[in-house]
Write a protein that binds this ligand. Structure first.
Ligand code: ATP
Ligand code: MG
Length: 87
């Protein structure tokens, strides 16, 4: 949810939310078509901004991790929450 509002706020174009499940690994991926991530963006620097802090703590609650990347296929960025569902 926070990732979608970020995609709307900081990104542009289409927002894609994808869920994938394979061998007990769940993935939720939120992609946008905006400018991509700021050059100095570090999702692990969670103490800096409230929105990312919420996302990271929710991912942790699921026993998961958050990762972020610029897109290779087009402009924009993707945020992925990966968790096993056993937490
Ligand atoms: N989809 C995105 N595309 C580009 N930059 C992003 C994206 N999502 C987050 N960011 C960058 O990460 C920063 C931190 O995001 P965060 O959600 O913590 O703060 P915010 O959205 O600015 O404020 P808040 O969520 O607290 O209202 C943003 O200010 C922005 O620079
Ligand atoms: Mg935000």
């Amino acid at each position: 949810m926070k990732l979608v509002t970020n995609a709307a706020k900081h990104g542009a174009g289409q927002i894609d939310v994808t869920y994938a499940h394979d061998s007990g690994i769940h993935k939720i991926i939120v992609c946008d078509e905006g400018e991509g991530l700021p050059a100095d963006f570090d999702p692990a620097a969670a103490d800096k901004s409230l929105g990312m802090r919420v996302v990271i703590s929710l991912a942790r609650q699921l026993g998961g991790v958050l990762s972020s990347a610029d897109r290779e296929d087009t402009r924009g960025s993707c945020f992925t929450v990966i968790f096993t569902g056993n937490a």
